[in-house]
Design a protein around this ligand. Structure first.
Ligand code: ADP
Length: 261
């Protein structure tokens, strides 16, 4: 079975409500509480097992904008995501029922990926593997790969595949990810990365694409602030600081501007 779903996430809260676009009976979550996840997802416990079929899930977020074509990839293009989904073979019927769940999630900066990752990993006990975090850890070791990766990251460019692919593959093969399942975030960012991972035998059960219209992304990015003391992210309009004291010390990332967004 191939499942086609659309979910709408409210811009102000990280919650998701989900419905099937083919008008089948809807296992909808009745309301949008801030901790809710799609009710059609399997229930949460440490013995979570895979869905019997893979699916690609597109979450179109913010003010019910269904026509958005924003994409997580370097050259935003909704076709590129479907190519990647196809390359990953997500529509194929897996023969791996009753194994730990494997999920990929993609979305543009400020699409709410970080928020959804936190909710998903806690609810399903998955190991969160973020490509950016792996690269930063590699840089911290001072290795040659880390030094090379740093040069690309400082310019805001994608790190070459020969570094990223092996890093992600090695991480997914670690016992915690194999035993508990994983939530892969920020990878793949190109068709070649998707193909490479598939070549190593990885095929996610679910590919989640967070689609947000450009004007909402810009609004989120421009209003985003960081508390340098706690590391908490605020939004001046949607998630304002609790106190004047916090408000006074908030900073803005140098690239959180309308131009950069
Ligand atoms: N899959 C990937 N392939 C190549 N480079 C990547 C990948 N993921 C992350 N990077 C590099 O790491 C940087 C930081 O990534 P990330 O932590 O996801 O934050 P950002 O939202 O800034 O992309 C990216 O700008 C890019 O240089």
């Amino acid at each position: 079975m191939s499942v086609n779903m659309v979910a709408v996430a409210s811009m102000a809260t990280p919650s998701i409500t989900i419905s099937f676009t083919n008008s089948k009976s809807l296992p909808l979550s009745s309301s949008s509480s801030s901790s809710s996840l799609p009710s059609c997802w399997p229930s949460s416990n440490s013995t979570l097992r895979r869905h019997p079929s893979s699916c690609a899930l597109t979450l179109r977020c913010g003010a019910a904008v269904f026509a958005s074509s924003s994409s997580p990839f370097t050259s935003p293009n909704s076709n590129s995501s479907s190519v990647i989904v196809a390359a990953l073979g997500i529509d194929a019927q897996p023969e791996r029922d009753y194994e730990p769940l494997q999920v990929m999630i993609s979305g543009a900066p400020a699409s709410g990926k970080g928020t959804q990752c936190e909710l998903i990993k806690h609810k399903y006990g998955l190991v969160h593997v973020a490509a950016g975090d792996l690269l930063r850890a590699e840089i911290a070791t001072g290795s040659d790969n880390g030094k090379l990766a740093k040069q690309y990251m400082e310019k805001g460019q994608l790190v070459p595949d020969h570094i990223v692919v092996m890093m992600v593959k090695d991480r997914l093969l670690k016992p915690d990810a194999k035993d508990n399942g994983w939530l892969l975030d920020g990878y793949p960012r190109s068709l070649s990365q998707a193909t490479a991972l598939k070549g190593f035998g990885f095929q996610p059960d679910i590919f989640i694409l967070l689609e947000v219209s450009e004007d909402i992304l810009v609004e989120r990015v421009v209003g985003r602030r960081l508390d340098p003391v706690t590391g908490k992210i605020y939004h001046l309009k949607y998630s304002p600081p609790e106190t004047e004291e916090i408000a006074a010390r908030l900073t803005q990332r140098f690239d959180d501007t309308e131009e950069k967004a």
